[in-house]
Design a protein around this ligand. Sequence first.
Ligand code: PHE
Length: 343
Amino acid sequence: MIDDLRKEIENIKEKLLNEIDDIQSLEEYQSLRDKYLSRKKGILASLMSKLKELPPSEKPVFGNILNSAKKFTEEKLNEFEIKLVSKSEKSIDGTLPEFDTIIGGTHLITYIRRSIENIFLNMGYKIAEGPEIEFDENNFTLLNFKEDHPARDEQDTFFIKDFPDMLLRTHTSPVQVRYMKNTKPPIKIISPGKVFRKDEPDATHVPVFHQIEGLLVDTDINFSHLKGTLEIFLRALFGDDTSLRFRPGYFPFTEPSAEVDISCFLCGGTDNKCRICKGSGWLEILGSGMVHREVLANCGIDPDVYSGFAFGLGIERIAMLKYGVTDLRFLFENDLRFNNQFG
Ligand code: PHE
């Protein structure tokens, strides 16, 4: 009797190996596994019923044979399962929910800021930062804003209640003031950061935005240094064939001052309906000028020995022009459908 059973089990093992060879899919594998190993209806489980029919002395022998057959079956099936899963793409279960891992990216404003920083780091500039809550003195007075300058109006600037000499900085120029007060020239810095102005949010205005300003102070610095530097900077940012146009401008802290335009990189002035230059061929990009003697003196630098230039631009404006952002509010809404298009 026990010998018959032994033989039967050997046959079962052989059959198993043949059937494994024929398997094509994970479904077939699963049903083969059930056929042999299912606790209720599996072939090996049903052999257990034969145990009752054996004389007591043979029971443990048969138990051992059965157990090793079970182990054999499991091993062969497991080995095969690993092969099946690794070789067949069909084994991916498309009914499982997707992983909801969100892979982050660089925000467009950060991306543009870093691109600009890198251009200046390559020219030997240092990055200087300062507080967003500033003294009126650093933001306005030392920069030669007169008492009645319109920017000092409650309408335009966030002043801080109970602290009449403090405000949210309206530009990053106070960083340059702080730096000049503490450092002997030569000075070569850019100051990126958030700035604040009382604007009602709409497509082209937001009450908080980002600037990068640059400052260079040394002996014998003149307007051509400013021009050459901006040419290198703007061509690196907008392309080698970009032309620059300097127009007279006014800032209290620079004299002379210039607004700088670049040639339109989209249509070059050939399209009357151009989205960004409207056919004029020029795009207003930044403000600049030679640092006012008054400002140097206010910051403890002798204007008879040193001179310097400065410039400043808004990062959001670059986002609109170069990356086609049509509404500044998109930059602050953290909607991944928007953010993931960049960086
Ligand atoms: N501070 C100016 C602004 O906020 C920008 C600027 C910086 C202009 C330096 C000239 C020189 O708009």
